[in-house]
Write a protein that binds this ligand. Structure first.
Ligand SMILES: [Fe+2]
Ligand SMILES: [Fe+2]
Length: 322
């Protein structure tokens, strides 16, 4: 199979190439039994936006090399929201209860086994956390985007939602890792080794699936929302009340103190992740600042920023990473 999937590829070849696409087609509402039809024909028959479908499958196939900006242009936002909502139903109503049923079979609750009870409680708390997060998305984030799609600017800016988004994603991923680690390290599965092995396989696969879902929201979906917000603002929507530190500065080209700090870190050779850690902010926030800096200064390269920083006295020459 080629590096990327195309609309002319037979859908069955795409699925044979990567079984994870099976989950995607079901979340788009596409049913099996499409014979030799291409991706395009299958999507059209199911009333699914072809371009959004291809963007999602290509993202899942190779998220590490996804060109988010280009991909965001290919997405029909309502189609992506429908996909994300179906994914939430899948996790909350199907996947997580299914794992709980298997877990109940695998662990021994009969003799007041404290470790078994703790594992079950840990799992239940984890499942509730995922449900709370996905309810937040369904009831808060998606309506926010729908307001933008109608051409209106919500009261809250996406930047303030994004912070919560990042934190919740990090938290649910951490909880599942802990659960895996507790079971693998400590649970004695003398009697039910095969069953426990299966539960663990399910948990590992769900972890991967959820990670991909959250990552897509943090990158592709977030980029779509930022673009929409920008478009609506350009079309003359009311300015967004901004709870962030750059309040009042979005409309002019003066750099905020935070943006200057970011430039200094870039010039010292730090990556976005390292800058995020140094300034105690999320990587997404760093990326947003960097976009704003590029827009304000019309400078995109690190070398250009270095020159700007030296000329404007933000750094000394000996601090610069050459
Ligand atoms: Fe989600
Ligand atoms: Fe999420």
């Amino acid at each position: 199979m080629t590096e990327k999937y195309h609309s002319t590829d037979p859908m069955s070849d795409v699925i044979s190439d990567d079984y994870r696409i099976l989950q995607i087609i079901s979340r788009f509402g596409i049913k099996l039994g499409f014979g030799d039809q291409t991706v395009e024909a299958t999507c059209r028959n199911a009333g699914v936006d072809v371009s959004t479908f291809l963007t999602v499958v290509n993202y899942v196939k190779d998220a590490a090399h996804a060109r988010i900006s280009e991909m965001a242009e290919q997405v029909d936002v309502p189609a992506l929201i429908a996909y994300l909502k179906n994914s939430h139903s899948y996790f909350v109503d199907f996947r997580l209860p299914g794992i709980r049923r298997k877990l109940l079979e695998a662990i021994d609750l009969s003799s007041g086994n404290r470790l078994a009870m703790l594992i079950l409680r840990f799992y239940d708390e984890y499942a509730q956390e995922v449900e709370r997060h996905m309810t937040f998305e369904n009831n808060h984030v998606h309506p926010y985007v729908e307001t933008l799609l109608q051409g209106n600017l919500p009261q809250e800016s996406f930047r303030s939602i994004e912070e919560q988004y990042d934190e919740q994603h990090a938290s649910i991923e951490k909880s599942l890792s802990e659960l895996k680690s507790i079971i693998v390290k400590y649970y004695p599965s003398d009697n039910n080794a095969s069953l426990m092995g299966e539960v663990l396989m399910d948990i590992f696969m769900t972890d991967e699936d959820l990670h991909s879902h959250c990552h897509m929201e943090d990158t592709l979906f977030a980029e779509c929302i930022r673009r929409l917000e920008h478009e609506v603002r350009l079309k003359g929507g009311q300015p967004i009340p901004d709870s962030c530190e750059e309040k009042g500065e979005a409309s002019n080209n003066a750099l905020s103190e935070r943006e200057k700090e970011i430039i200094v870190q870039v010039v010292k050779g730090l990556s976005n992740k390292e800058i995020a850690e140094a300034l105690f902010i999320s990587v997404n926030t760093v990326m947003t600042h960097r976009r704003n800096i590029s827009r304000k200064l019309q400078i995109r390269s690190a070398a250009g920023l270095t020159i700007y920083a030296i000329v404007n006295g933000l750094v000394n020459l000996d601090e610069v990473q050459l």
